[in-house]
Design a protein around this ligand. Structure first.
Ligand SMILES: [Zn+2]
Length: 136
């Protein structure tokens, strides 16, 4: 499915640039040793703006739960309805969660708890976005 293009802003640009390079990076506070996503201008725990870095992730995670979308307001996605919408927990920190349509997994046959790995799909404007697929 071709997804709506993403327009990076100053804050999120490193995340999207890394996605275009096929890498998953997450904002990390080196003072707290704490990951946070989505990115923010300051650490949500200590408030520091000066200790934030972009940390490379393994690209591995697990499926926390999922839903099936039958009536999506985003026009580009309507042709593909119904589709899976799963919540992925990163192996590095289960508190860091991302959504996925789980390409390759049939609708409503999502194996909750299964391992997944990241891949990167181009959207309508060429920007790549992280997606996840179940690994055996
Ligand atoms: Zn911090």
């Amino acid at each position: 499915m071709v997804k709506q293009g993403v327009i990076p802003d100053e804050l999120t640009k490193p995340f999207w640039d890394a996605a275009n390079d096929g890498r998953l990076v997450i904002q990390n506070c080196t003072a707290c040793n704490r990951l946070q996503h989505p990115p923010a201008p300051a650490c949500g725990q200590c408030g520091s703006k000066d200790n934030l870095e972009w940390k490379g992730m393994s690209g591995r995670g697990k499926i926390y739960n999922y839903g099936v979308v039958y009536d999506c307001p985003i026009r580009l996605l309507q042709d593909d309805q119904p589709f899976n919408l799963a919540v992925i927990m990163l192996d590095e920190d289960p508190g860091i969660q991302m959504y996925s349509h789980l390409p390759g997994t049939p609708v409503d046959e999502v194996p909750v708890g299964a391992s997944v790995e990241v891949l990167f799909e181009a959207t309508a404007n060429g920007q790549k976005v992280p997606e996840w697929r179940v690994v055996g």
